[in-house]
Design a protein around this ligand. Structure first.
Ligand code: CTP
Ligand code: MG
Length: 230
């Protein structure tokens, strides 16, 4: 099977609070999204990358990286899951049903080559697929809306889900479409697969692969990129 990527990049970055979407903010000499696309473009096994971009986006054309032939633009959607679904739809005519698709947030610019390799190696021959994740190391509390602790949650078996999330194209597309149609809240691809009755496999990733969400995340990302020599 071939490998493809879908990058949802149609968010507005509300929590970042800047007037341009966070994927277009400067970071270590490029924009955030250029670093993200570079990570995927530099992997020789990824055939092409479908990027879901909002129709109101005024920044995208200027920040296309060099390797334009391997980048395809798809329409963004109202929520992340709609953007991903549009991206997958675009792949249906190019890829085989059993091909792999790596869905990766535009807002995760510090993805390392080793992470992609480990996903591909670990999930080789897997019928469904899986995702990068990190075991939780902090003590976890459940609290009410007023911030009063109700209990300490046993952290055994708890992981933080990251991207890329790598699944078989047709199974993922169907699961996502059906979950959306059923009104299920799907915040990542794995949750759509779980809802459809599949069991995604977790692959431990590097802590570098943070999602840029709040302003302070940019400084940490810059640190990680520097240490990676990028
Ligand atoms: N995304 C998308 N389409 C949407 C919403 C989000 O493609 N309708 C993308 C974002 O561009 C980002 C990724 O999904 O690359 C992860 O989402 P998130 O971190 O929540 O980004 P935003 O939605 O832009 O940020 P916020 O929630 O703070 O507004
Ligand atoms: Mg969001």
């Amino acid at each position: 099977p071939n490998y493809w990527a879908v990058v949802p990049a149609a968010g507005v970055g509300k929590r970042m609070g800047t007037n341009i979407p966070k994927q277009y903010l400067p970071l270590a000499g490029k924009t955030v999204i250029e670093h993200t696309l570079d990570s995927l473009l530099q992997h020789p096994r990824i055939q092409a990358i479908v990027v879901a971009v909002s129709s109101e986006d005024r920044w995208w054309p200027e920040c296309l990286p060099q390797d334009k032939e391997r980048i395809i633009r798809a329409p963004g959607g109202a929520e992340r899951c709609h953007s991903v679904s549009n991206g997958l739809e675009c792949l249906l005519s190019l890829a085989a049903p059993e091909d792999w698709v790596l869905v990766h947030d535009a807002a995760r610019p510090c993805l390392r080559r080793e992470d992609i390799d480990r996903l591909m190696e670990t999930l080789h021959g897997h019928p469904i697929g899986g995702l990068l994740a990190l075991p939780i190391s902090d003590t976890v509390k459940r609290a009410n809306a007023e911030g009063v602790v109700l209990e300490t949650v046993n952290r055994e078996g708890l992981w933080r889900a990251m991207t890329p999330q790598m699944f078989r194209l047709e199974k993922l597309y169907r699961a996502l479409r059906e979950a959306i149609a059923a009104g299920v809240q799907v915040t990542d691809e794995a949750s759509a697969m779980e809802w459809a009755g599949f069991s995604p496999h977790l692959v431990e990733g590097y802590p570098d692969n943070i999602k840029i969400t709040h302003p302070q995340d940019l400084m940490q990302a810059e640190d990680f990129l520097k240490r990676q020599g990028r």
